[in-house]
Design a protein around this ligand. Structure first.
Ligand code: AMP
Length: 221
């Protein structure tokens, strides 16, 4: 059975961590538009430099540009053997993107199974993101309070752990504001399609993962 899931919620709600775990347990491909963008930034291309300016300021990349980048990735990823479905992590972030995604899914012959909102309070998020460290090589996420790496400053893949420029308090609060204004309307969009499920993500990572798994399994069965 193919499953296509969307995780959304405020920055720092735990989308990436939960998606990382579920992708392994349910044989799904995690597609993080943040990671796609950061890869382009680290390629040093002119386009990447432009993207860096946008994300470092906590702003959103244009709907059409991000959707195009996403579609290219999906086509390539879908051709992998044993394809079981996608987890969209950080996309869509606007109603326009949700509409563009509907078109992409038709073109690649996929359907959404469920959209999961991870609810999180601003103060919890600020605390969490300030202690977040990200692998500069593979994008894996750690946390200095809840998810320490085995070797200090190093990812399990050997890459260096860094603090993202947009994980500073002032920028985190701005990202939260943008979430409220641009992303929260997705609640209504997916509720109307009968696809929305939600849970309280103000809990430790293991608890958040098991709540997400319960929801997904209730859709599967
Ligand atoms: P994330 O890793 O999902 O927190 O994304 C980091 C940053 O990349 C965001 O703050 C945005 O600047 C940009 N970004 C990621 N996904 C999207 C998207 N779907 N639409 C627009 N900008 C995005």
């Amino acid at each position: 059975m193919i499953l296509n899931l969307i995780f959304f919620g405020p920055p720092g709600a735990g989308k990436g961590t939960v998606a990382q775990s579920i992708s392994k347990s349910h044989n799904l491909i995690q597609v993080s538009t943040g990671n796609i963008i950061r890869k382009e930034v680290s390629s040093g291309s002119e386009f990447g430099l432009k993207l860096k300016g946008i994300i470092d300021a906590g702003n959103l990349v244009g709907d059409e540009a991000i959707s195009e980048m996403l579609e290219k990735n999906l086509i390539e990823l879908k051709s992998k053997p044993n394809f079981g479905g996608f987890i969209f992590d950080g996309f869509p972030r606007t109603v326009k993107q949700a509409e563009l995604l509907d078109g992409i899914l038709i073109r690649i012959k996929e359907k959404l199974s469920v959209v999961i909102l991870i609810q999180s309070d601003e103060d919890v998020v600020v605390k969490r993101l300030s202690s977040r460290r990200t692998c500069s090589k593979c994008g894996k996420v750690y946390n200095l309070i809840t998810m320490l790496p085995e070797v200090e400053g190093k990812c399990s893949c050997g890459g260096d752990l860094i603090q993202r420029d947009d994980d500073k308090e002032k920028i985190i609060r701005k990202r939260f504001e943008i979430y409220r204004e641009k992303t929260e309307p997705l609640i209504n969009y997916y509720e109307q399609k009968g696809l929305l499920k939600k849970y309280d993500g103000n809990v430790p990572p293991e608890e958040s993962i098991s709540r997400a798994k319960e929801l997904i399994d209730s859709v599967k069965n």
